[in-house]
Design a protein around this ligand. Sequence first.
Ligand code: G6P
Length: 603
Amino acid sequence: MCGIVGIVSSSRVAPKLVRSLLNLEYRGYDSCGLAVCNNGVIDVRKDKGPVKQVSEILKFNEMNGMIGIGHTRWATTGAVTRENAHPHASNQGEFALVHNGIISNYRDLRQMLESKDYQFLSDTDTEVLVHLIDFHFRSSGDLEESIRRMSRDLDGTFAFAVISVHDPNHIYAARRESPLIIGLGINENYIGSDYNAILDYTRNVIPVKDGEYVVIDREAVSIRNLLSGEKITRDIVTLDWDPELSQKGGYPHYMLKEIHEQPSTVESALKVDIEKINLVCDWILNADRVYLLGVGTTYYVAECVQYYCALLSGRHLIAVSSDEFEYIAQLSDRSLVLAFSQSGETYDTLTALRYAKKFGARTAAIINVMGSTMVSETDLAIMQQSGPEICVLSTKAAVAQITIAIRIALELGRRSGHLTGSDYDSHLKSLAALPGMIRRVINESKGFVNNLAQQTQSYRNWLFIGRGIYSAIAREAALKMKEVTYHHAEGVSGGFMKHGTIALIDKSFGSIFFLPPRSSIELFQHTIANAEEIKSRDGFIVGFGFGERVGIFNHEINLQDSDQISAPVLLLVLGQMFAYYSAVILKRNVDRPRSLAKSVTVA
Ligand code: G6P
């Protein structure tokens, strides 16, 4: 969702704010703006459009002042217009504010403020915040008190940052459910909606928790409770992310770079502390029910993990999309919820975890972003150490999560006796070989996948089909395809396809089949039978599989033979590459597809 940054320094902040906005753009990219305070005046410049363009036209870099805030927007309330872009200023220009989140009672608040002659210039919920601060400041004359009062007026979620001519040396910021962090520099300090806002300037950060507000100047930061005003002390976290990793490093797109980084993210995932793996296994074995949670790509990660656990440990863990969890989960204090989240901030997953806690359930999560809300709120956080993932589409983070979960499934299988000692050893060997196999798939299949994408660019409708775990892979590959090409792509299991979806098939329809290695002979044959069914209805069929040519497909890409552990992951990588090359040919905005955001922090 929207990106927020604030910098207070001993030198001009505008150039750094622009750099931060460029790094934050993956969170939201329909409009952007800056507010910088100088000599008792706040200069606000903003418009719709990407940061580079808006910043050049409005000359962001020339704004003078040593304190400022910035915003990249992913529209929720109010269309994509200049007026709705942030920052929003109060009527006399004494306050400027940026916000991420949704204020659910903004209509009532707006009515109240309009009755007191506040003029609204936008359709956003955010504008209410800045007028409310102004309103409370007029009676209290105290900015901190005004922010506390304003927060009490608000229903909904927020992270906001505000600057004021009344206190031109401090940035004030607060959070309720939307993410916020503090960055500590030398002679300057920062606030941000996530680490990418400040990674170019410092690695020393302090996560802000729900219900807290912060006041920063260039030398000090303080954190307090929004309700009580009580001071809070919190340790500094030092990020070990290399800022280089946030750059494209010679690749045309982050998506391609991150696909190429998968061998090393799998290697890092394999280094996860075995004690943590063992602890999750203890919890799974003692639980009455185990739910696997995620949403978007991470839901498909949960689905894959569900199949791996069934196969390797004989256990049925229940994959549920986080957004539907409350409506279906049956929880007790003996339940376990294991969530997957790249950002550690996704609203739906966070809400589901909090819901589970109410029943006394245990919570664990596999997370990429250090210091994120889920890290502090779950009973056990397993850090996947994949480095920053910038492309809105998740690739390397998802594959790393699957790797860690396979490790968990193998331990479960060994402990429960579902796997023999020699099966366990050979699966562990396959897992260790996975980074090398992924590297080979990427290097050797690039040309073939690009060629396929060229040939199929006119197909606007796709089915992605698999059986067993390959149906989960097909659903994730279809999600990638639709996110980045905007073409219709549906992932469906081979058996299910016959019960309705097949009615769509004609010669304008493309279908991609995810075939298991021939060692899973029954699964292979059933999938081939499904491909024949589509072929006999004039559908264009593509096979992604292993070993020798099958011969029935219009187009085939066959990888070197593989095994039960690595085959699904390797086909997922092929699916990612097909989506990528198709999007490049169609000239799509690969790293920032329309309407999407990397970290979805609203309901
Ligand atoms: C958004 C992103 C997806 C991501 C999902 C879950 O929809 O576009 O790429 O998989 O959120 O995000 P999380 O950070 O919890 O993994």
